[in-house]
Design a binder for this molecule. Structure first.
Ligand code: ATP
Ligand code: MG
Length: 595
C-alpha cells in the first residue's frame, strides 16, 4: 500500500504515462453517475467554443470587398444577429460553469465518502503504520484534488482543446502551408514538454507527502494540547513544526518553479513561432498567394489557438501535478470494500462462549522480529470470570486484540467454542466479543450516541432503563443535558473514571458473549469498581469475562487467574491457590497487602 511506501519505491518512470492514463480513466469513471449532466455541460461548452470560433470567420466574410456593401445595407439585422450570438454564448457559459461546478461538488462528496469508508475499513496494521491526523487531513485534501481535476481542469482542457483543434482545422482551410508550419512547431513543443510533465509529477508527489506529514503533526499536537502544555513543549512543538513547514515550503517552491517554467516557457515559444508564421503570411499576401482578409482571420484564429493552447498546456500541467496525488486517492478508492454488513449487525452471536489458546505465538506485523507472545496456552471457561495479570508489557492487551481478531496469530491456535478464530466470519466475532480497551475511547457526540455507537438498533427507553438499573452511571444525571449532553472531543468533558464507566456501559449494551475488560476500571476507586463489576455480572450473567488488571482486588474473585510474564503463562489458579504458591502472584499479593 503506497501510503506507507517509502518515496524511493515509487513506480518506475516507464510506467508513468500508463499511470497517468489509468488515473485519467479512473477520474472519468467518477463521472459516470452524472453522465447526463456532463453531456449537457459538454454541449454548452461546445456551443460557447463554436461561437468563439465563428467570429474570425464572420470578420473575414465581412471584410470581403464583395460582401461589405451588403452588410452596410443590412447593418441593423447583422448587429441583431451578433447580439443574439453573444446572448447564446452567455447562456452556454453559465450552463457550462454551473454544471461543471456542480459535478465537481458531487464528485468531491462521493470521493470523500469513498475515502472515509475505505480508510476506516483498513486492517489495524494500516493504522499502526499511518498517523490518524495525516489520514484525516487527506480525506478532504485528496478529495479536493479530484474535485478540482473534474470541475476545473477537465472543463478547461475540453474547452481549449476544442478551440485548438477546430481553430487549427479552420486555419488549415485558409492556408495549409502556414498551418503546417505551426503544427510542426507544436509537435516539437509537446515532445519537449513531456519531459517537464514527469518532473512536475515527482515534485508534486513530494509536496503532497510533506504537507500530509505536517498536517498530521499539527493534528496530533492539537489533540494532545493538554499534554503539550503540561510538558511545557509549545516551543519545541513550534520548532518541529517550523522544520516540517520549511520542508513543505521547499518542496512547494520546487513545484511552483517547475510549473511556472513549464507554462511560461511553452507560451513564449509558441507566441514566437506564431509571430514567425505571421511574417510568412505577410509575404504570401505580398505575393498575392493569400487575400488580406484571410490573413486577418488567420491572425485572429492564430490568437485564439495560441491563447487556448497556452491555457490548455497549463491546465494539462496542473492536471499532471495533481495526478501524483490522484494516484494515491484512486488506490484507496479501489480498496473501498463498499457497505459492509455493519460488521456485526445481522450476525447471531456465539452462545456460551468458551475460548482456548493453544501454543499461541505472536508478534506485531509492524515489528515482526520482536516476539510478543511465546507458546502461550490457557482457556476461558464459558460464563466464568478469568483474570489476567502480569507485568507491564507482558502481552495482556495483545491477547485481547488477538481475541478480537484485530491481528492474527503467528503460530498456534485460538479456538472459540472449538472453532478456529480465523474460520469464524468477522461479523460473528463482532457480534460476540465486546472490548473495553485500556484507553477508553469516546466520540465528541452525546452520551447517548456514544452508548449506542455501532449498536443503533437499541431502543432509547431500553438504554435509559438499563443505565438506571446498573447504577454506576448516575453521574449522567448531573450533566447539563443528561444523557443528551454532548461530550467534548474524545469525551474531554468527563473524568477519566467516568469515561471508563461509559465505555464499559457501551460494551455491556452490546450483550456480548465474551467481554474483555482491559484495565477498564483502573480509574475507579475500589468501591465504585466493585459496584461496576457486580453490575456487569447482573447485567450479563452468562457472559464469559476476561478481566485484565494490575490491581489484584479487581481479579481476586475470578474463578481462574492467569499470570503471564514475557508473553508466556507463568502460573494459573484461583486467588487462594496462587496466594500460597511461591511465584509472581504471591509477590503481587505481598506488595498490594492483600493477604
Ligand atoms: N501496535 C503495536 N505495534 C507494535 N508493537 C506493539 C504494539 N502494541 C504493543 N506492542 C508491543 O507488544 C508488547 C506487549 O504489549 P501489550 O500492550 O500487550 O502489553 P500489556 O501486558 O498490555 O502491558 P500494560 O500492562 O502496560 O498494558 C510490548 O512490548 C509492546 O511494545
Ligand atoms: Mg495493556
Amino acid at each position: 500500500m503506497s501510503l506507507h511506501r517509502p518515496a524511493s519505491s515509487q513506480p518506475a518512470r516507464a510506467s508513468s504515462m500508463r499511470g497517468s492514463l489509468a488515473a485519467i480513466k479512473v477520474l472519468v469513471s467518477q463521472l459516470t453517475p452524472y453522465r447526463g449532466r456532463f453531456a449537457l455541460a459538454l454541449t454548452a461548452l461546445m456551443a460557447g467554443g463554436g461561437i468563439n470560433l465563428a467570429f474570425p470567420e464572420i470578420i473575414r466574410r465581412a471584410l470581403d470587398p464583395s460582401v461589405f456593401p451588403w452588410i452596410l445595407e443590412h447593418l441593423g439585422r447583422v448587429m441583431g444577429l451578433l447580439a443574439l450570438l453573444f446572448i447564446v454564448q452567455g447562456i452556454s457559459f453559465y450552463v457550462r460553469s454551473y454544471l461543471f461546478g456542480l459535478i465537481g461538488q458531487q464528485v468531491f462528496s462521493d470521493v470523500r465518502g469513498k475515502l472515509f469508508r475505505s480508510i476506516i475499513s483498513r486492517d489495524v496494521l494500516f493504522f499502526d503504520l499511518n498517523r490518524s491526523g495525516d489520514l484525516a487531513s487527506r480525506i478532504n485534501a485528496d478529495a479536493a484534488l479530484v474535485q478540482d481535476a473534474v470541475s476545473i481542469k477537465l472543463s478547461v482542457i475540453l474547452r481549449y482543446g476544442l478551440q485548438v483543434v477546430v481553430g487549427t482545422i479552420l486555419m488549415a482551410w485558409m492556408s495549409w502551408r502556414m498551418t503546417a508550419a505551426i503544427v510542426a512547431s507544436v509537435i516539437c513543443m509537446v515532445l519537449i514538454s513531456s519531459i517537464f510533465v514527469r518532473s512536475l509529477r515527482a515534485a508534486s508527489r513530494a509536496f503532497q507527502g510533506a504537507l500530509a506529514r505536517l498536517t498530521g503533526f499539527a493534528a496530533e499536537c492539537f489533540a494532545g494540547a493538554k499534554v503539550v502544555h503540561a510538558l511545557g513543549a509549545q516551543d519545541s512543538a513550534g520548532r518541529t513544526f517550523e522544520v516540517m513547514n520549511s520542508d513543505v515550503l521547499k518542496r512547494g517552491r520546487r513545484r511552483v518553479l517547475v510549473g511556472a517554467s513549464f507554462s511560461s516557457g511553452a507560451g513564449l515559444v509558441f507566441n514566437l513561432l506564431l509571430l514567425g508564421v505571421q511574417w510568412y503570411g505577410i509575404h504570401l499576401v505580398i505575393s498575392n498567394d493569400l487575400p488580406l482578409n484571410s490573413l486577418a482571420a488567420f491572425a485572429l484564429y492564430g490568437a485564439i489557438v495560441a491563447v487556448s493552447f497556452s491555457f490548455l498546456v497549463s491546465a494539462y500541467a496542473e492536471l499532471m501535478q495533481s495526478i501524483g496525488g490522484l494516484d494515491r486517492v484512486f488506490e484507496l478508492i479501489a480498496a473501498d470494500p463498499g457497505p459492509s454488513a455493519a460488521r456485526g449487525r445481522g450476525f447471531a452471536p456465539i452462545e456460551d462462549l468458551s475460548v482456548e489458546l493453544h501454543d499461541v505465538s505472536f508478534s506485531y506485523p509492524s515489528r515482526p522480529d520482536v516476539p510478543v507472545l511465546h507458546k502461550l496456552s490457557f482457556a476461558l471457561r464459558a460464563g466464568a470470570i478469568t483474570g489476567l495479570v502480569g507485568p507491564s508489557g507482558s502481552g495482556k492487551s495483545s491477547i485481547a486484540q488477538l481475541l478480537l481478531r484485530l491481528y492474527s496469530v503467528a503460530s498456534g491456535k485460538i479456538l472459540l467454542n472449538g472453532t478456529r478464530i480465523e474460520e469464524i466470519p468477522e461479523g460473528v466475532i463482532r457480534a460476540s466479543v465486546a472490548w473495553v480497551p485500556q484507553e477508553p475511547f469516546l466520540f465528541g457526540f452525546s452520551v447517548y450516541e456514544n452508548l449506542t455507537f455501532g449498536n443503533e438498533q437499541l431502543l432509547r427507553d431500553e438504554v435509559i432503563k438499563a443505565v438506571r438499573e446498573w447504577g454506576f452511571l448516575d453521574f449522567i444525571d448531573t450533566l447539563p443535558d443528561g444523557i443528551d449532553t454532548v461530550l467534548g472531543e474524545q469525551g474531554a468533558q468527563l473524568s477519566g473514571g467516568q469515561r471508563q464507566r461509559l465505555a464499559i456501559a457501551r460494551a455491556i449494551l452490546r450483550r456480548p458473549s465474551l467481554l474483555i475488560l482491559d484495565e477498564a476500571t483502573s480509574g475507579l476507586d475500589s468501591q465504585t469498581e466493585q459496584r461496576v463489576l457486580e453490575a456487569i455480572r447482573i447485567a450479563v450473567p452468562s457472559t464469559t469475562l476476561l478481566v485484565i488488571s494490575h490491581r489484584l482486588s479487581t481479579v481476586r474473585h475470578a474463578s481462574t487467574i492467569v499470570v503471564i510474564s514475557d508473553g508466556a503463562v507463568f502460573e494459573q489458579g484461583s486467588h487462594e491457590q496462587l496466594s500460597v504458591r511461591q511465584g509472581l502472584y504471591q509477590q503481587y499479593v505481598a506488595r498490594q497487602a492483600l493477604g
